[in-house]
Design a protein around this ligand. Structure first.
Ligand code: NAD
Length: 433
């Protein structure tokens, strides 16, 4: 089949490349000309394990194309996927759909023949109806919903082995076409789930809000554990082995971040507000997650006895999760400026390199060498659980006799840290210092 992905970001690029890899011809469109230039020169604009090779292979096989010319790409394709961003409006919970509607307008303007339009972007319930309403020559188009569930860092695996594929459509023809499109994955066991368009749109928000709730729940339990001398990992295990609860997303850590949970929890609350439904659980999840950022900052203050001026604080990892370069809503984005304001000297190392988000901050230095950055540290904050941070020899890395580790991901064993006489703090675990 011939597909057009409008928006070549994390979702459009990964799913477009993977669709090409299962045999379809894919035109990836983006208005960002530099991104398209980079892709045509064989470079991926994002870090995602395995993606570079897959892009190169499918590009060479002439199944994958990159262009800024939406009109040309649309008219070569049968199915158009909308994969543009759906951020929150500035200072508001509600979802900014301007990117979606701009694309819909362009599709309407340039398409010469029949098309299936698929929203892969996460959109509020009823957006498909609005897209349809605004299309000129409606008969030419079938608008359906196919929300994306891939996780950055595991995105290729998630495309190939999805837990489920959700199609929201009232058209049996479009459903058949979509089933055909995904057949190679369905044949390998992927569940293919059909509902109406509004249902599919809401599934995505409900799923993300539920996962964010799970994380927030265990984070609050971790706070309780710290005060009562209990290990939150025992709680996660004891709870998670109950199949009704499940063990995933029960790992305590910093405030959740990333490109989806913060914006989608807010988006869901605003969708509820519009129809006068108070989604009070999700609302308090958002509040609890915001409070967590302050709570962890206070913890750093307490670690140093409130005097962090001139302390050398090292961040290992700054992205919101490992195996991605995505900085959107990462906990480090609030922690680092806070510490700098308190006159600490902050440096960071991240396997995906220097971050433009910190380039304007004074006293925030990027190091590309983990040995150099740790040498003079007073405090090392293990912020992101990259594999390379999981078995560090801190006594060798840090040349000072006194230093502190604050492990936001509970990567290290408490007894081991005690035995090595390392001053060590973690999340929701008994204090061993
Ligand atoms: P992104 O910001 O990485 O990519 C969006 C791309 O769309 C950008 O490259 C931008 O230049 C392009 N774009 C915007 N307007 C355009 C236009 N008119 N024509 C052509 N290109 C245009 O966003 P993303 O992370 O890929 O997310 C896209 C959607 O998918 C969002 O709704 C998001 O919630 C959802 N989603 C994201 C993830 C994730 O892990 N990132 C997972 C599931 C769903």
């Amino acid at each position: 089949m011939k597909l057009c992905m409008v928006g070549t970001g994390y979702v459009g690029l990964v799913s477009g490349t993977c669709f090409a890899d299962i045999g379809h011809t894919v035109y990836c469109v983006d208005k960002d000309i530099n991104k398209i230039k980079k892709l045509n020169a064989g470079q991926s604009p994002i870090y995602e394990p395995g993606l570079d090779e897959l892009i190169k292979e499918n590009y060479r096989s002439k199944r994958l194309f990159f262009t800024s010319n939406i009109s040309e790409a649309l008219n070569k394709s049968d199915i158009i996927f909308i994969c543009v961003g759906t951020p929150n409006k500035k200072n508001s919970l509600s979802v900014d759909l301007s990117y979606i509607f701009r694309v819909a307008k362009e599709i309407s303007k340039f398409s010469k023949n029949k098309k299936i339009i698929v929203t892969k972007s996460t959109v509020p319930v009823g957006t498909g109806d609005l897209i349809e309403k605004n299309l000129k020559n409606k008969k030419k188009f079938t608008v359906i919903s196919n929300p994306e569930f891939l996780r950055e860092g595991d995105a290729i695996r998630d495309f190939r082995y999805p837990d489920r594929i959700v199609i929201g459509s009232d058209s049996s023809h479009a459903f058949k076409v979509m089933k055909n499109l995904y057949l190679p994955l369905i044949n390998k066991g992927a569940k293919f789930f059909h509902t109406n368009r509004r249902g599919a749109e809401l599934i995505k928000y409900a799923a993300n809000a539920f996962l964010a709730t799970k994380i927030t729940f265990i984070n609050e339990i971790a706070n309780l554990c710290e005060k009562t001398g209990v290990n939150v990992e025992d709680i996660s295990l004891g709870m998670g082995t109950d199949v009704r609860i499940g063990s995933r997303f029960l790992r305590a850590g910093p405030a959740y971040g990333g490109s989806c949970f913060p914006k989608d929890t807010k988006g869901l609350v605003s969708i509820g507000d519009k129809v006068k439904i108070d989604l009070s659980i999700v609302r308090s999840v958002i509040k609890s997650n915001d409070n967590r950022k302050i709570l962890l900052q206070n913890k750093i203050n307490n670690i140093f006895g409130k005097n962090i001026k001139n302390k050398k604080i090292v961040f290992l990892g700054v992205t919101f999760k490992p195996n991605t370069d995505d900085m959107r809503d990462a906990a480090s984005l609030s922690m680092i400026p806070y510490l700098i304001k308190k006159k600490a000297i902050v440096s960071y190392y991240d396997p995906t390199g220097k971050k433009k988000e910190f380039s304007k901050l004074r006293n925030c230095i990027f190091y590309s060498d983990i040995n150099k950055i740790c040498k003079n540290a007073d405090l090392i904050i293990l912020h992101t659980e990259w594999d390379e941070f999981k078995s560090l020899n801190f006594k060798k890395l840090v040349k000072k006799t006194k230093f502190i580790i604050y492990d936001l991901r509970n990567l290290y064993n408490l007894d081991e840290m005690k035995r090595k006489k390392i001053k060590y703090f973690s999340i929701g675990r008994p204090n061993t210092n």
